[in-house]
Write a protein that binds this ligand. Structure first.
Ligand code: ADP
Ligand code: SF4
Length: 676
């Protein structure tokens, strides 16, 4: 198919100093949990994006010196020349497809506790490090400042040697020493590097000049800057010093990469922010510079992208998450296949990989992070190995993805679900407050399988064990999901709860299917991801008085890994949900519950009309029995995240008919026992 001429503007080249980007699609720096720990995986992931049409592909943060050591986070490293080959491999892959490679070199200063190097952290003024380590950063003297400039210059030269086309000066996300010097609340200096904005920007200006001097002959020099810290007068604002800084340095870099900070604001989840949420903050930047401007906002719609360019808001469409969910997004627009774009759902599961120091994963794109490890390509898959048919029972994320990928391989697929709409748990969860965008998991897949003549989807088809044989399928996958349980068994109460006769005990499934308790509801969250908070929010919005009880010290504590814990707890408190932390639910009576302090076991009793237990899920696997060619996938095998269900469906589809790879079914990055 040909490209829609309306999108031609997105494929215009953009000059970035001495280098030219072949189009306007720009993968801004993003973490991936692979970095220097899993370098082949990282390099192949970036290479795949170049193949998918991104004109610029950047690293994540690349440390420049042991005094800015972000361990155990596995970003890039350019401490000395020994680090060059890893990043050179990434550059080579990107160059294969005519794209530009960008290096976000950085000194993390007070953000880094230097857990590996054990150096004393550095900052503009004495301050505790940002992590809660019992460690303080010391105020830099003028010789430290000179040293930092040299480290940055040396790292820029190494980046050039590795093959990078764009080298960053980083002052975004409150994550770099340059941004700490800029900060009115972190910089309390009285010398020429403190006080006025001119003084606080001195180090940034110097490092920018050093970098241009060192590598500017062949590399574009990008400046990444957060125009607004969303802290009001305490920090930068886009109408105050954020604007002043850009006016001050307007023509100095070859490209402005602008956003808002901190990271949880820049990468806000769809639960709290819609696509384009940064537009109003960065809109002014193009008014004050002639240099190309990149901005982000979880853009997946080519129409929105064109509008941003035409309105003069941005020159290049920046993307981290949209490029993770669909590494081939630009190519699909170029080839006139916009219906095939696998749109990011804004869930931030991708961030959780980085936070756990393991390779990135993505709810929408099960191949993310698996490009090298398993040799999975996001668009290509091996054709079927035999002319066979597959029956998949259950059209949730696991069943839908298995059907889509098996259909792509050419198998004859029957997908059956007893519900009247496809999507399984997502069909329900997309109706919870803020989670509508998660429906894209279903919409992308139902559209794709709708295009395949070899895949049939049957709804309202409640299958029993006896019926399975009637299909005469060569293979059967049971993707019948899971159900939340009502006995209280979970992390905190492994033997379950004492539940009195007459007590009203509900589960998230009950609430999502329309049960509406009256009066005061106690919700016990022993799950700690989004579900407890989301159900509490729904109940509150539906008019219930709600108390959320959790053994953790915060609401939805695992959502720190998806960057929205703070927003979730704030939302619940703003809505008037009462929160009781550090308490277990020890008994459910008729009309009341007993709560026990997790430290002292002290009991308090509170009256309630109903209790909602968010404790654990039981697989729905009654159709399964151990026999060849009948397997369970997704939540029916092991209840987990939506991302895990999609991955499970994809894994099944990839492996069908393929030889067993044995104990470790993927390539590993083995440790090379060399020292530097
Ligand atoms: P997963 O996350 O693993 O994809 P879900 O719970 O989202 O699992 O989806 C499971 C789907 O299986 C639901 O849509 C449910 O209606 C369907 N299902 C469960 N049991 C049967 C059955 N016996 N026959 C047909 N469909 C079923
Ligand atoms: Fe988007 Fe979620 Fe994938 Fe991250 S994990 S890229 S937020 S769909």
């Amino acid at each position: 198919m040909a490209r829609d001429p309306r999108y031609d503007i997105l494929f215009e080249p953009v000059q970035i100093g001495p280098v030219t980007a072949r189009n306007r699609f720009y993968q801004v720096p993003h973490c991936n949990g692979m970095g220097r720990s899993f370098p082949s995986s990282m390099a192949e992931m970036r290479r795949t994006k170049a193949e998918g049409g991104w004109a610029v592909i950047c690293t994540e943060e690349v440390e420049i010196h042991p005094s800015g050591d972000h361990s155990p986070w596995a970003g890039g490293r350019l401490w000395n020349d020994d680090d060059i080959p890893v990043l050179a491999k990434m550059c080579d892959g990107i160059h294969e497809f005519g794209s530009l490679a960008g290096a976000e070199i950085n000194h993390a200063g007070q953000m880094a506790a230097n857990r590996y190097s054990r150096d004393v952290p550095l900052a503009p003024s004495h301050l505790p490090v940002a992590a809660h380590d019992p460690v303080q950063a010391r105020a830099m003297d003028l010789s430290d400042i000179r040293a930092l400039r040299k480290w940055h210059r040396d790292a820029a030269l190494r980046a050039k040697k590795a093959g990078f086309d764009i080298v960053y000066v980083y002052a975004g996300h409150q994550l770099s020493t340059m941004s700490h010097f800029l900060s009115p609340y972190r910089n309390r200096r009285s010398d020429e590097y403190g006080g006025s904005l001119e003084n606080r920007a001195r180090l940034l200006r110097e490092v920018l000049a050093d970098t241009k001097d060192a590598v500017g002959d062949t590399c574009g020099v990008a400046l990444r800057f957060a125009v607004d810290e969303l802290m009001g007068d305490l920090g930068f604002t886009s109408t105050g010093e954020g604007r002043d800084l850009i006016e001050m340095l307007a023509e100095e870099p070859d490209l402005w990469d602008v956003n808002i900070s901190a990271w949880e604001n820049d990468s806000a989840t769809s639960r709290f922010k819609q696509s384009g949420f940064q537009d109003d903050y960065v809109a002014f930047v193009k008014e004050v510079t002639t240099k190309p401007v990149v901005g982000v906002g979880r853009y997946t719609s080519p129409d929105a992208m064109v509008s941003l360019i035409k309105k003069g808001r941005l020159d290049m469409i920046g993307a981290a998450r949209p490029s993770i969910a669909d590494p081939f997004l630009p190519k699909k627009i170029e080839e006139g296949r916009i219906e095939d774009i696998r749109e990011c759902i804004g869930c931030n599961i991708c961030v959780s990989g980085d936070n756990h120091f393991v390779p990135i994963r993505c709810t929408q794109n099960p191949t993310m992070g698996e490009e090298w490890r398993r040799g999975w390509h996001p668009e290509r898959i091996a054709p079927k190995t035999a002319d066979e048919s597959v029956l998949i029972v259950g059209a949730g994320p696991a069943g839908l993805e298995a059907a889509r990928a098996l259909g792509q391989r050419g198998y004859r697929v029957t997908l059956a679900d007893k519900a009247s709409e496809a999507g399984g748990r997502v069909a329900q969860e997309r109706r919870l407050p803020g989670l509508a965008e998660w429906g894209r998991v279903v919409d992308y897949r139902t559209y794709q399988i709708g295009q395949m003549a070899n895949v049939d989807l049957f709804l309202e088809s409640d299958l029993t064990s006896d019926m399975l044989d009637d299909f005469d399928a060569d293979h059967i996958a049971i993707a019948t999901g899971s159900k939340w349980t009502a006995d209280g068994i979970g992390r905190q109460n492994p033997l379950g709860l004492d539940i009195a006769d007459g007590a009203t005990v509900l589960t998230p499934d009950d609430i999502m299917s329309g049960v509406k308790p009256d009066g005061h509801v106690v919700l016990f969250d022993d799950d700690h991801f989004y579900m407890g908070g989301a159900i509490a929010e729904k109940l509150r919005r539906d008019g219930c008085e709600v108390t959320l009880v959790t053994p953790a010290s915060e609401v939805s504590s695992w959502t720190h890994n998806t960057l929205d814990q703070h927003a979730i707890q704030k939302q619940l408190l703003d809505l008037g949900v009462r929160v009781v932390t550090a308490h277990n639910l020890s008994a459910i009576r008729s009309g009341a519950v007993d709560l026990a302090c997790v430290y002292t076991d002290a009991i308090q009793t509170i009256d309630c009309a109903a209790t909602v237990l968010v404790t654990m899920r039981a697989p729905v696997d009654d159709l399964w029995q151990p026999q060849p060619d009948l397997i369970r996938i997704g939540d029916a095998l092991g209840p987990s995240t939506i991302a895990a269900a999609v991955y499970s469906g994809h894994l099944y589809a990839r492996e069908l008919g393929q030889p067993d790879k044995g104990n470790v079914p993927f390539q590993r990055e083995l440790i090379n026992l060399t020292a530097t």
